[in-house]
Write a new protein. Structure first.
Length: 145
């Protein structure tokens, strides 16, 4: 597994340690991490701080040309909100740790020209399975169920 997905997993574990949902993300441009984030909806009482949104926010204000050569790494398949942000900024590639426990609009992302790489990473799957089993009500809240 590459260093960038390892960094996203570290973010997911940090979120879990803070009492949140174990999903992490990093934004990479030119081989360098420019933003890191984890799901902080619980910690910040936020409606929108999914891991990818936190990552984008922490990356700060970037130029359109920066986003257009970026790769977004996420431990979990991005939801509609996070996928929409990726499309808005024309991020060409998303590397997904796993999409078994949740699958966002992957077909739509592909139809819009985004390259998706699904790693089916055992550690990402285990983090989510364990969390969903332990806190189903919090998980359902996070995905709008």
């Amino acid at each position: 597994m590459d260093e960038f997905m390892q960094a996203a997993i570290a973010e997911a574990k940090q979120g879990l340690a803070e009492g949140g949902i174990p999903i992490g993300s990093v934004l990479v441009i030119d081989g360098k991490i420019v933003g890191r984030g984890h799901n902080r909806r619980v910690q910040q009482a936020s409606a929108i701080l999914h891991a990818e949104m936190d990552c984008f926010e922490n990356a700060g204000r970037l130029k359109a040309t920066d986003y257009q050569r970026a790769t977004l790494y996420s431990t979990l398949s991005p939801c509609d909100m996070c996928s929409g942000t990726s499309l808005l900024y024309k991020i060409p590639k998303i590397v997904i740790g796993e999409n078994r426990t949740f699958q966002g609009p992957e077909a739509y992302l592909r139809s819009r020209g985004v390259e998706l790489i699904i790693l089916d990473n055992a550690e990402c799957i285990q983090l989510m399975n364990d969390f969903i089993a332990a806190r189903p009500e919090l998980w359902n809240e996070d995905i709008g169920e």
